[in-house]
Every structure is written in C-alpha cells, then in structure tokens.
Design a protein around this ligand. Structure first.
Ligand code: ZN
Length: 321
C-alpha cells in the first residue's frame, strides 16, 4: 500500500506578488515579492519533492513516470494537473492561455484551462475576465489601438467565489486577491497587456505575445455556466465546484470538514488535496497524519477511502484522464 504523498511547495517570485504566503499560510518563503506557491506540481518549472513514505526525497514527476500504478496507470504522459496558491498584491498581466492543440503545436506542452477558488478577496476586488470584441477583427483593432479599457471586461469577486477560466479566456487576477488555482500542468501564458510595467530585476518590460493572444482568444467571450452541487455529509459539507462535462480536464471539490468526513476517489483514479484553512488529521490505511492550513498531498490510487477529521476547508481535485 502506498502512503499519501505529502509535497514540499515551491515558491516563485513575481513582480505582482506579496507576502501572504508567509503571513497567512506560515510558509518559509524567500525574500521579495512572492506571487506563487506551486503546491502540487509535476511541471519542470517547479516540481515538488515528496516528503514522506517510500518515495521521500523523490520528485513527483519522477515517481509519476516510474510508478504509474501509484496513479492508477493513467493515460497522460505527464502529471496532468498543477495546484498553486497565488497572492496578487498588484495586477497580473492581462493574459490568455492556449488550448491543447495550439500549445502542442507551438509550445510542446499542454494547453491551460484553469480555475480559481478565492481564498481571500479585499472589499471591491475584481478580476479582469472576458472581453467585449464581437469578432476577431474587432479584437485585433482594439489591441492594435491599445484600447484596453474598452476591450477588457471586469468581474467582481469575493472570498469563497469559484471562477472557471477555460483556455482562450482573457483574464487577470488583480490586487487584493489570493486564490487556490487548479489548472492543467502548463506554463504557457500569452500576455496582452502588462500595464507598461518595468521589472525591477531586469530593468525591462516583460514580453507581450499579441499575435498568439489574438490567435487563441475565444471570440466572442461567453461566460461559462457552472453547475456546482452541495451535499451535507454528517456535519460536513461536500461541494462539487466543477466536473465533467463542464470541465473536460478536471473535477474540483470543496470540503468544509466539521468532525469526521470519509471520502473516496470520485471522477479520477487519484485525488489532490489542499488544506486552505483550519487543521485536523487524515487517516488512511490505519495510519494517521496531521494536516494544517497549507498542507498539500495526493491520495494514491490504491487508497480506496480515507477519513478527514477536524475543522478544515479543503480544496480537492482529480484529473479527468
Ligand atoms: Zn492565467
């Protein structure tokens, strides 16, 4: 029997980042503006080390490649999901991600559909989300003329919201928002607009990718309709935030754990788990592990069911593959 795989987060400095990963999550982060915690990652730009069990000290992507049975012998050649916590202390670049076909052809990696559970939003915080162009020509014109206010749409968000961002959606997190992001394992971002900011480290503006952005943006923008469902399990609440067919790549769940809650894999052979508030324990195969805010782990395929106990807010996900 495989043990749950507890993962060591990887941190990335970003010009828009802040210090919430230290002050809210208690992580020991590097100095500077830290924007991203890569919490469950097999991506080469920030793979996680496994901290416990027979694979302790090994990288998640290596174990995924060498021991596919741990993951239920999945189809995907690469670990398909990436879980991050993002701390937006300033606006991120307004960006768009390609779908699988475009990303495979141009970037040799997966496309990027992502979604956000809003851990915290300041009063009045908003996303850049969607656009107003009705045709690709109109999109191109507005981009060429730098008519950003006319082009980009905004969406107010509050703590606890869930936002789905399919590939081809123009989007950005803005100041005062912390999210748990579940996405396809991809690091391809096409920037449309970056506020003409100069990166202090390099003394240069970050690259824009206008041609690719215009190529991959869905026109016209259509806001996805979500069908989340909640059920009471004892004193806990189990919510499916998104699953197939609304999201072809992953299912994402919110578990408000209050006391004991037993779960099983639902829509995939293994399950990614992030504790985003509270603390408690996990019992699997008669072994009990401590969980606290900021803990991230994977329940392998050969653990059929597991029990959480405590007061915790959990975001979990499963790959559709
Ligand atoms: Zn993005």
């Amino acid at each position: 029997m495989t043990e749950p795989l507890f993962l060591k987060p990887v941190f990335h400095e970003k010009i828009w980042g802040g210090r919430h990963l230290e002050t809210d999550f208690g992580y020991d982060i590097p100095a500077g503006t830290i924007g991203e915690c890569w919490a469950i990652s097999g991506h080469p730009h920030g793979p996680n080390l496994i901290e416990n069990g027979e694979y302790a000290g090994q990288l998640l992507p290596d174990v995924y490649a060498q021991h596919p049975e741990v993951f239920g012998n999945p189809k995907s050649k690469v670990f398909p999901l990436l879980t991050k916590i993002l701390d937006a202390n300033a606006s991120l670049s307004v960006q768009v991600h390609p779908d699988d076909a475009y990303a495979e052809e141009h970037e040799h990696e997966l496309g990027k559909t992502e979604c956000w559970y809003v851990i915290h939003a300041d009063e009045g915080a908003y996303l850049t989300y969607g656009h107003t162009a009705k045709t690709r020509d109109e999109l191109r014109n507005l981009v060429d003329n730098h008519e950003w206010d006319k082009l980009f749409s905004k969406k107010q968000v509050k703590t606890g919201d869930f936002v789905y961002v399919p590939s081809g959606t123009i989007h950005a997190l803005n100041k005062g928002i912390v999210v748990l992001e579940t996405q396809q394992s991809s690091d391809t971002t096409y920037r449309i607009y970056d506020y003409d900011r100069v990166d202090q480290k390099t003394g240069k503006k970050r690259d824009l990718h206008l041609k690719q952005s215009i190529d991959v943006t869905n026109v016209p923008f259509q806001e996805p309709v979500l069908h989340s469902t909640s059920t009471k399990v004892g004193d806990s609440t189990v919510t499916t935030l998104i699953t197939q067919p609304d999201s072809p790549f992953f299912s994402v769940y919110k578990w408000q754990v209050n006391g004991q809650l037993t779960r099983e894999h639902e829509h995939g052979p293994y399950t990614l788990i992030s504790i985003i508030d509270g603390q408690g324990t996990l019992t699997a195969n008669n072994k009990t592990y401590d969980l606290t805010k900021g803990t991230h782990l994977i329940i392998p395929a050969d653990i059929d069911s597991w029990t959480l106990d405590g007061q915790m807010l959990v975001i979990a996900s499963e790959s559709a593959e």
